[in-house]
Design a protein around this ligand. Structure first.
Ligand code: PLP
Length: 390
């Protein structure tokens, strides 16, 4: 392609930097014996009954286009699953089945952003939001929550809206990738009370809702459904990342607008995968609970082992991540730290700086890994600590 054509591309793509996480992952994956706690997906396989439903769907020739917003049965199943678990009142018509939460998010940003619109994004967080907002012509406004244990407070919201009175939306993500922190019912209620007074969309990415340890998940959609656009799906709850099935729920008038972008972008999610997701939502109501038990054992182990080693971290209450503070006597640049850790003891974790303001000085450990791998990771951290303090 000629240079002149390259210069004619969408200028917004200039804001999108090649993923530093991917570059790191590619580099460390080539090293034999590297132990990776970098995974952003369940290490479990999709439950057998769900896989069987997908295979049966293919045998039954469910291989044609489905209605754009999803099959009627799946929309109903998704709405019932969300309503029962999280005390919500969505109808099937208020539900769009998407190609993973990733598509849900793009559909939302493309549907609400006009050039230059400010979108508040509490950080550190899932970096996809930054890229989506930029590509859609918006401006992410970062709200660093690191000083408050990675929890957004009404005070922080007041401050943010004072500085950015025209902000059009806020993106929430809890349980959080990368911090593993989630919100108590009281904290969700306090944020909802604050946002209720404002004319803003609340884009709530609750994809990890099934993975909370010390308390049940509370959706902000329970308190402010009129302004919430709820993003979820089966990727994490049912270990179905590869099936690419997500959900998008909002009041009907908003859904009608969102469905325009969804339709023109993907037509519909894959029909046979929707059959599998329907099985997950209807017959796998408690599939998430079994995985949660496993994650909890690993979290408890890691917490204790890291504390014994003298490391500190944000209290992990959900998802399968632990956000560990890099000790002060070690390299504070999180990328340099990660490369050094990988180099010296063959342990790969993700640099906190990848997740926006407030992430520097931390690393993300994913415990979507076997207990044996976690034991070994702790050994390697101990080894590293000994090397550094020599
Ligand atoms: C916070 C968050 N939202 C959304 C996604 C994407 O989910 P999906 O695989 O359903 O597109 C991820 C994946 O890691 C995530 O961590």
């Amino acid at each position: 392609m000629t240079n002149s054509l390259l210069q004619k591309m969408n200028r917004r793509l200039e804001y999108i930097k090649p993923s530093a996480i991917r570059a790191f992952d590619e580099k460390v994956s080539k090293v034999s014996g590297m132990l990776k706690l970098t995974l952003g997906e369940p290490d479990f396989d999709t439950p057998e009954h769900v896989k069987a439903a997908g295979m049966k769907a293919i045998e039954n020739n469910l291989t044609h286009y489905a209605p754009s917003n999803g099959t009627a049965d799946l929309k109903k199943a998704a709405a019932e699953f969300m309503n029962r678990h999280y005390h919500l009142n969505y109808t099937p018509e208020e539900t769009i089945i998407t190609v993973g939460a990733t598509e849900s998010l793009f559909t939302v940003f493309a549907s609400i952003i006009n050039e230059g619109d400010e979108i508040l994004v509490p950080t550190p967080t899932f970096p996809l939001y930054f890229s989506d907002i930029e590509v859609c012509g918006g401006k992410p406004v970062y709200l660093d929550t690191s000083e408050n244990n990675f929890i957004l407070t009404p005070e922080k919201l007041d401050e943010a809206f004072k500085a950015h009175p025209k902000a059009k939306a806020i993106v929430l993500n809890y349980p959080s990738n990368p911090t593993g922190v989630t919100y108590s019912r009281e904290q969700v209620q306090a944020i909802a009370d604050n946002l209720k007074q404002r004319d803003v969309f609340v884009i709530s990415d609750e994809i990890y809702a099934q993975i909370t340890f010390d308390q049940p998940h509370t959706s902000i959609a329970e308190f402010i459904p009129e302004q919430t656009i709820l993003v979820s799906g089966v990727s994490k709850s049912h270990a179905m990342t590869g099936w690419r099935i997500g959900t998008l729920q909002a009041p009907l008038a908003i859904i009608r607008e969102l469905s325009k972008v969804h339709q023109f972008t993907v037509t519909a999610a894959a029909t046979m995968n929707m059959a599998a997701a329907e099985e997950a939502f209807t017959k796998g109501f408690d599939d998430g609970a079994k995985m949660r038990e496993e994650y909890q054992k690993r979290r408890d182990y890691l917490e204790k082992a890291l504390t014994d080693l003298g490391f500190s971290y944000a209290k992990p209450t959900g998802a399968f991540y632990l956000f560990m503070k890099i000790p002060e006597d070690m390299e504070q640049d999180s990328f340099k730290f990660c490369y050094d850790l990988a180099d010296k003891v063959k342990l790969a974790v993700i640099a906190g700086a990848s997740f926006g303001p407030g992430g520097e000085g931390y690393v993300r450990l994913s415990y979507a890994a076997s207990m044996a791998d976690l034991h070994e990771a702790v050994n390697r951290l101990l080894q590293y600590k000994k090397m550094i303090s020599k």
